[in-house]
Design a protein around this ligand. Structure first.
Ligand code: FES
Length: 188
């Protein structure tokens, strides 16, 4: 009678093999993190202009009716009212600024922000002089809002886009801009 065959013993891998396995796995994880972080940062920089663009999306607000604008091209000042929502409440018809509107040719309407681009005072329109004047440091602007020579303002009044809706409603893409610089940089 043959003696029973001995069952081969199962030995666990030597501890050095396990250590190597963990080291390699850790190296792979660290490598993946080091690769993904710069890619994510690059993507966010790439997408940033898109984010800013959507933040500065045109915000059309109904400001007046065509009937309210004199046909002689003299600007009239209108408050800009809009809805505002905070964490708990919604407020309707909150004043968010003001604009001067004027009829140009026919039903063409021009809009400028009342804020002086020099340092943020409100400009006034003088019907006698036929131009805008800032009371703070005497910047002067033509009836179209163009900067007059000798004014401290670095740019003309900020023109705003206008849409006529439902034949008689004047909607303005209201926006404030940074004061004190030659280019128009929208404020959030
Ligand atoms: S704020 Fe208007 S001229 Fe200075």
């Amino acid at each position: 009678m043959r003696p029973p065959e001995a069952t081969p013993a199962i030995h666990p891998p030597p501890p050095t093999d396990r250590r190597n396995f963990f080291k390699e796995a850790l190296a792979v994880v660290i490598g993946a993190v080091l690769t993904l972080v710069p890619v994510a940062a690059g993507l966010s920089v790439f997408l940033d202009p898109l984010r800013r663009k959507s933040a500065a999306r045109e915000n059309f607000v109904k400001v007046a009716t065509l009937d309210a604008l004199p046909g002689d091209g003299v600007p009239r000042k209108f408050p800009v009212l809009a809805s505002r929502t905070d964490a708990w409440n919604k407020y309707n018809n909150v004043p968010i600024g003001a604009v001067y509107l004027r009829r140009a040719d026919g039903n063409q309407v021009q809009a400028v922000n009342v804020v002086c681009p020099h340092a943020g005072c409100f400009v006034d329109f003088s019907a006698e002089r036929g131009d805008f004047l800032c009371p703070c440091h005497n910047s002067a602007f033509s009836v179209e809002g163009t900067l007059k020579p000798g004014s401290p303002s670095p740019r003309s009044l900020d023109a705003l886009k206008v849409e006529i809706r439902n034949e008689n409603e004047v909607w303005v893409a209201f926006q404030n801009f940074e004061a004190g610089r030659a280019d128009k940089v929208p404020l959030a």
